[in-house]
Design a protein around this ligand. Structure first.
Ligand code: CMP
Length: 148
């Protein structure tokens, strides 16, 4: 099995609710190796590029507004590396819809669906597959921030 890399972002709801430490702790206890971190100022342009595949969804603008709550908002981005790390991290994180996520997962424990916007406020983003992981890591990290 090849060694993979995956991107984890602490989303604005996770940061607002002080869940950053808990997310890192759960991923740490699951045995994942963190190889890079970066606190990134998140512009609408970056958010729109990150969620490009969803640009035709009816909830896209609400998603961007949720992801970029203020002008100078910063997001903690983390890269984990290991065998099967993309799918293994997603198991710990849980399903996108917090109401469908395993209650023991991060999203199942702490996520919610906004009653105002309908956005799934699910605490953390984790890359879905190898192609997304490569694209997303390149968006959030400079080459020199990452080990070879
Ligand atoms: P994330 O894993 O970061 O990737 C896309 C995000 O869009 C997702 O988490 C949710 O925050 C949000 N999302 C995905 N599908 C829906 C949906 N059907 N309704 C509302 N929000 C969604």
């Amino acid at each position: 099995m090849a060694i993979e890399r995956t991107l984890v972002l602490i989303k604005p709801d996770g940061q607002k609710r002080k869940l950053t430490g808990l997310v890192i702790d759960r991923l740490d206890h699951a045995g994942f190796e963190m190889i890079a971190t970066r606190i990134v100022p998140v512009t609408r342009k970056l958010a729109e590029a990150h969620y490009e595949a969803l640009k035709d969804k009816p909830f896209f603008q609400n998603l961007i507004n949720f992801f970029v709550p203020t002008k100078n908002f910063k997001i903690l981005a983390i890269v984990y590396q290991g065998e099967n790390v993309i799918s293994e991290v997603r198991k710990v994180v849980g399903a996108t819809n917090p109401e469908a996520a395993d209650p023991s997962s991060i999203r199942g424990s702490f996520g919610r669906i906004s009653s105002v916007t309908g956005i799934m406020e699910n605490v953390v983003h984790a890359s879905a597959n190898a192609e997304d992981a490569e694209r997303e890591i390149a968006l959030w990290f400079r080459k020199e921030d990452l080990p070879e």
